[in-house]
Design a binder for this molecule. Sequence first.
Ligand code: AR6
Length: 180
Amino acid sequence: MVTSIRINNSTLELVEGDITLQAVDAIVNAANSALSGGGGVDGAIHRAGGIAIMAECRKIGRCPAGTAIITTAGQLPCKYVIHTVGPVYGGGNRGEAALLASSYRSSLTLAKEHGFKSVAFPSISTGVYSYPVEEAAAIALRTVVDFLKTEPSKIELLRFVLFSGADFKTYSTVLGRLNK
Ligand code: AR6
């Protein structure tokens, strides 16, 4: 299933799937601030991409929540991996929303600076970091729509790759609401 809308010269697309299979310019990883690898999408990306990604992460060292860095994609079908760190959800009153928006913006700023045409995002912070999916989807979609509307870039395709049918449905519903 695919949902998509046009924003200026870009397509914002929602799909259900595995982000490690995406042949885009950059996929975004939901990393931790030590860039040390882990479970979830981070584990899947390092497993599929091989050791070259971790070697670059070690050189870079750290990535505070709300910021992003970029590495090679190793053996993945995409060209680069943008690693960002979302907030750990602690009830919603600890600046989580601003940090989550900043993760998406920082990732898109790197994509813009590199002249990428296609970028794929997972649902940052909604797994191990426990951000409620509907709240996170509203922030994620609002932030990327604002970016595409206000920041001139070469990005033609911005794809959310949702790992479950339930997450795909939630993101689709929230996008429909936003788009009214
Ligand atoms: N493709 C797309 N989405 C995926 C994939 C995949 N292959 N695998 C999992 N997801 P999480 P977080 C979804 O936990 O909450 C790591 O240990 C998953 O179903 O990966 O930001 C890091 O090292 C969920 O919807 O990221 C950090 O310590 C979404 O990706 C911590 O987890 C995000 O879940 C980051 O936690």
